[in-house]
Design a protein around this ligand. Structure first.
Ligand code: ACO
Length: 426
């Protein structure tokens, strides 16, 4: 809090309205507009471009400078020096774990990684060609049915077990969704494997065979998880907060976040990137694709380019690009046709005046899509991997909200419909 105030004068109101300003640690301070309703006004901010919906200590983003901090630590440092479960602990608890805390946390996550048979059976009831995000969303919502009676959202210990269950079971569920689409037997979690390697084994391993996971690919997957772990108050996280603000079951709130993430303007972009590259088909078609993206009447956008918040570069994209180069080199795929199209598109867009002037750079989804394609993950599973990594972020925000005082989220509107009128008499 500060003593700073903003003063708002409105035509027709004699006195100036005084609005308190609260200081942020870094980034813009916020003007508290809650008293405006008393004067007969709402603030109007479609898309929440200028609205801080909550106070949070988890993640900081400076879109102009390309900064992303989790609990103060830069994402580039976490991606290179940390691992996913350590980053999860950091997001959940605010500090990096000691070795003993890390060991305990890892053990708890592993202990809670087995999915109840009823949910495994539910996954099997879907048509094999169903979109994996639809199945994942239903499976996570089904966890609410299993754990509803024992969850007390006002109890910190109960919330902690919910975190273990979510972080433990989301890779198992994601792998089940994949295995089901292939008509293959589910593989049980293996406690001897690290988090990312275990996910890869449950996804690509064969029942009855010993795990055989490449360390480079497991490391790349772990990095993909870290780079997707949290991203402040984006659409899916805001959905989880809004949904959770009614006091609903946290698994149900996370299922709402998964639905939001699915859209092509959000997490579905990595899938859309690969679909676009396949549609382009060959390097010769890139010029016409770029021309179409620049033509507003076409309704077409270059998928994997641009970001609502990052207007200079996406710091996650920098690290992801490096990982992408490493994975392609390890797998000897530098010259694979689809990836050659991606590289050329990236180059053209980075040099084209339209994209430069609008500050449209490749985002994290552009590179993560290419990596996942190289690793052999089917396109429609891409957003599932994003959801897997983001689960800890959603949970951390929900937990932060319900740990303190909060109100049910209830935005207002500018009504522009018909004024009151009477139903016609017969
Ligand atoms: N291709 C072509 N033109 C674009 C693109 C694009 N990918 N993105 C934005 N533009 C243009 C718009 O047409 C608009 O032009 P105008 O100023 O002449 O009207 C201008 O750039 C600004 O676009 P907005 O939609 O206002 O930007 P906003 O910040 O709201 O959108 C978004 C950000 C949704 C990410 C957008 O850039 C987009 O659709 N990108 C493609 C989808 C994508 O990659 N999404 C992933 C986001 S990252 C994530 O979820 C992890």
């Amino acid at each position: 809090m500060t003593d700073k105030k903003a003063h708002l004068s409105i035509d027709g109101i004699d006195k100036t309205i005084e609005l308190p300003i609260y200081a942020s640690t870094i980034g813009p301070d916020v003007i508290d507009v809650t008293s405006i309703t008393k004067h007969g006004f709402f603030t109007f901010d479609p898309g929440f471009m200028s609205t801080a919906s909550c106070e949070s200590k988890i993640t900081f983003i400076d879109g102009d400078e390309g900064v992303l901090l989790h609990r103060g630590y830069p994402i580039e440092q976490l991606a290179v020096s940390s691992d996913y479960l350590e980053t999860c602990y950091l997001l959940l608890n605010g500090e990096l774990p000691t070795p003993a805390q890390k060991e305990e946390f890892t053990a708890e996550v592993k202990k809670h990684s087995t999915v109840d048979a009823s949910v495994a059976n539910l996954v099997k009831t879907f048509k094999r060609e169903s979109h994996p995000m639809a199945i994942l969303c239903s499976a996570v919502a089904a966890l609410a049915a299993i754990y509803n009676d024992e969850i007390d959202i006002t109890n910190a210990e109960s919330r902690k077990i919910t975190a273990y269950r979510l972080i433990g079971q989301i890779p198992t569920l994601s792998a089940m969704v994949y295995k089901h689409s292939k008509g293959e037997e589910f593989i049980a979690p293996d406690d001897n494997l690290d988090y990312a390697a275990n996910f890869l084994n449950m996804t690509f391993g064969k029942a009855g065979q010993a795990p055989n996971v490449s360390q480079t690919i497991a490391k790349a997957m772990d990095r993909i998880f870290i780079l997707h772990a949290d991203h402040e108050q984006n659409a899916s996280t805001s959905t989880v907060r809004l949904s959770g603000s009614s006091g609903t079951n946290p698994f149900a709130a996370i299922a709402a976040g998964i639905s939001t993430l699915w859209g092509p303007a959000h997490g579905g972009a990595n899938e859309a990137v690969l679909n676009m590259l396949e549609e382009i088909g060959s390097v010769e078609n890139i010029e016409s694709c770029v021309a179409r993206a620049k033509d507003k009447t076409s309704g077409f956008r270059l998928m994997g380019f641009g970001h609502r918040v990052y207007k200079n570069f996406d710091p996650r994209a920098k690290v992801m690009k490096q990982t992408c180069d490493e994975v392609l080199a390890e797998l000897g795929l530098e010259n694979e046709p689809l990836l050659a199209i991606a590289k050329r598109l990236e180059q053209i867009a980075l040099e084209d005046e339209y994209f430069i002037s609008k500050k449209l750079y490749p985002n994290v989804d552009f590179y993560s899509g290419i990596i996942m394609k190289a690793v052999g993950i089917p396109t429609e599973m891409f957003t599932v991997i994003f959801a897997l990594g983001r689960t800890v972020g959603w949970y951390s925000h929900w937990n932060e909200m319900v740990s303190g005082p909060y109100k049910i989220g209830r935005p207002r509107q500018q009504y522009t419909g018909s004024p009151k009128r009477d139903y016609p008499t017969k």
